[in-house]
Design a protein around this ligand. Structure first.
Ligand code: SF4
Length: 344
C-alpha cells in the first residue's frame, strides 16, 4: 500500500489529548480511503447481521466468514428464522466454521431474544451479557456496530494497534496490562460514532499494523505513535506448549453406507462422527489419517477399516446423505479423503 500519509516523527512536546485527537483524525481519514468497506457485515449493520458475524468471527478467519456469512443469511435471513430452525439444520449451516458450540449458543441466544426481548436484540450491556455465547467483546461489538453506542471494542487487531500506539509494554494477559489497555482504549474511543472508529482501528490492524513487522512508513498513526519496538508489542506471558495426541477411529462401510455415531461429547454434541476405536487398535496401516488442531492439542486421527456390531447411536448414511448431515470438519475431511482414495 502506498505511503500517502505524513510520516513525520512523533513530537515529544505534544500533550496526550492533542496526540489522540490527531491520531483519531488521521485514522478516520485513512479509513475513508483504505477501509475494508466491502466486508459483507459492513454492508448490513442490522443487529441480527452484527450478532451473526461476531459469533462467526470469534474463532474463524475473516476470509472464511466473508463467504459463509452470506450463505448463512440466505438460510436464516432473520432472527426468527434462526430461532425456529431445528438444531441439526443450524449445525449443518455452520459446517466448516469449526467450534460448533458457537452455533448452538447462537441458536440458543436467538431463542432467548425471541422469548425475553420480543425478538429485538438488546442494546444494553447487561442484557447482552445474559445471552448464551455473548462475552464482553461480543457485547461491545453489538453495541458499537449495531447501535453505534460508545463501547470499547477490543479485538486482536484493535488491541495490537492501541497497545503499540501507546507503547504499552506490560503483558496484556496480566491484570496490570489489561487495566492499562482499557485506560488506553477509553482515552482513544471518541464520545460518538464508535462504530466507525472501531472499524478503522480493526482495519489498520488487519492491513498495516499487522502482527510481526508493521508497515509504519505507510501508517496514518506514525506521527503520533509511541511504539519503540512495535514488533514486540503487545506482550504476552509465555504460551502453553502444544501437546500431540493420536486418536483411532473406525471406518465401517457396509451395503453402500458409511456408519457414523452421534457425538455425545460437548464439543461436537449433535454432530455425526466416525466411531472411536478404543485402545485395541489393529496392526498395519490406517485407511486414512489427518492432523488437526484443537485448542492447545495437535491431534493425529488414524482411521482403520473394521466391522462393527450395531449399537445405539450408530447409523449408516449413503454418500448423498453424508452431504446433508452435520459432521465436524476434521471428520468430514478424512471421510472425503478416504472416499476419494477408495474410488480411485
Ligand atoms: S503501524 Fe507502526 S506507526 Fe502505525 S500504529 Fe502500528 S506501530 Fe504505530
Amino acid at each position: 500500500m502506498l505511503a500517502v500519509f505524513p510520516t513525520m516523527p512523533y513530537q515529544p512536546f505534544m500533550n496526550k489529548e492533542k496526540r489522540i485527537s490527531m491520531a483519531r483524525h488521521a485514522l478516520l481519514e485513512w479509513h475513508g480511503i483504505f477501509g475494508r468497506h466491502d466486508l459483507p457485515w459492513r454492508r448490513d449493520m442490522s443487529p441480527y447481521a452484527v450478532l451473526v458475524s461476531e459469533f462467526m468471527l470469534q474463532q474463524t478467519t475473516v476470509a472464511t466468514v466473508a463467504v459463509r456469512f452470506a450463505e448463512w443469511m440466505k438460510i436464516f435471513p432473520t432472527l426468527s428464522d434462526l430461532a425456529a430452525a431445528k438444531e441439526e439444520t443450524v449445525l449443518s449451516a455452520w459446517e466448516g466454521l469449526g467450534y460448533y458450540a458457537r452455533a448452538r449458543r447462537l441458536h440458543a441466544a436467538a431463542r432467548k431474544i425471541i422469548e425475553r426481548h420480543d425478538g429485538v436484540i438488546p442494546r444494553e450491556e447487561i442484557d447482552l451479557l445474559a445471552l448464551p455465547g455473548v462475552g464482553a467483546y461480543t457485547a461491545a461489538a453489538v453495541r458499537a456496530f449495531a447501535y453505534n453506542e460508545r463501547a470499547l471494542v477490543l479485538d486482536t487487531n484493535i488491541i495490537r494497534v492501541l497497545a503499540r500506539h501507546a507503547n504499552l509494554i506490560a503483558p496484556i494477559d496480566r491484570t496490570g496490562g489489561k487495566e492499562s489497555l482499557l485506560r488506553i482504549a477509553d482515552a482513544f474511543y471518541p464520545a460518538h460514532n464508535c462504530r466507525t472508529m472501531a472499524s478503522a482501528l480493526m482495519d489498520l490492524g488487519a492491513t498495516l499494523c499487522t502482527s510481526g513487522m508493521p508497515a509504519c512508513a505507510s501508517c496514518p498513526l506514525k506521527p503520533t505513535c509511541l511504539a519503540l519496538q512495535p514488533e514486540q508489542i503487545p506482550k504476552k506471558t509465555a504460551r502453553a506448549v502444544t501437546t500431540k495426541q493420536t486418536e483411532f477411529r473406525v471406518w465401517y462401510f457396509y451395503k453402500n453406507r458409511l456408519y457414523l455415531e452421534a457425538s455425545l461429547g460437548s464439543r461436537w454434541q449433535g454432530l455425526w462422527i466416525l466411531p472411536e476405536l478404543g485402545d485395541n487398535k489393529p496392526k498395519g496401516r490406517p485407511l486414512g489419517e489427518i492432523t488437526y488442531p484443537i485448542t492447545r492439542y495437535r491431534i493425529k486421527m488414524k482411521v482403520y477399516q473394521i466391522s462393527l456390531k450395531p449399537h445405539e447411536g450408530l447409523k449408516g448414511f449413503t454418500a448423498a446423505e453424508l452431504k446433508k448431515i452435520p459432521i465436524p470438519s476434521p471428520h468430514r475431511r478424512v471421510i472425503e479423503k478416504i472416499l476419494r482414495k477408495v474410488a480411485a
